[in-house]
Design a protein around this ligand. Structure first.
Ligand SMILES: [Zn+2]
Length: 171
């Protein structure tokens, strides 16, 4: 089993080596995600490809994927929602480094020699959560306790994190 510090990555060295790696994390190990999950069985998979973002600024392509058991907001039963995120990160020690990262790169302020991969993966999962998780119509149960107002983007709501935001703001 991995030790706690095993998830601290030296991004400076990994970027110099153009290293790629893959890690799996049990969903049960993410405390900030726990409130959203009906069950915390299963893993999240993280794939990283390290590269230099700018002179002296290491970074990586990070892809996170998991299937999350969320609570359907229409029938209140569990619904499995596959989530996936992909982005390019720069690990910056301070504002001077951040200023050198291009606009399309997400700057993460941290010690680039001790990057907390576990926290990064949890952040990505939290950002990937649909605001209104729901079954596709045919799979949904009969109870409609928490029905949300009708909207035309039914089928896309589960995969687009902010698709339900407009409706939530009406309440
Ligand atoms: Zn449902």
């Amino acid at each position: 089993m991995s030790k706690p510090l095993a998830n601290r990555l030296d991004a400076v060295r990994l970027a110099a080596d153009s290293a790629s790696l893959e890690r799996r994390f049990p969903l049960a190990g993410f405390p900030r995600l726990a409130d959203s999950l009906v069950t915390s069985e299963g893993d999240a998979t993280a794939r990283l490809s390290f590269l230099g973002i700018a002179e002296g600024v290491p970074g990586c392509e990070l892809e996170v994927a998991a299937t999350l058991a969320l609570r359907c907001q229409r029938c209140l039963r569990a619904v499995d929602v596959p989530v996936r995120s992909a982005g390019r990160l720069a690990f910056v020690a301070g504002d001077a480094d951040a200023a050198r990262a291009p606009d399309d790169v997400e700057a993460v302020t941290c010690d680039p020699r001790a990057v907390d991969l576990h926290a990064l993966v949890e952040d990505e999962l939290l950002l990937s959560l649909p605001l209104v998780p729901r079954h596709e119509n045919d799979d949904c149960g009969p109870r409609e306790v928490a029905r949300v107002p009708d909207e035309s983007e039914d089928s896309r709501a589960a995969t687009r994190p902010f698709a339900g935001l407009k409706d939530l703001l009406k309440h």
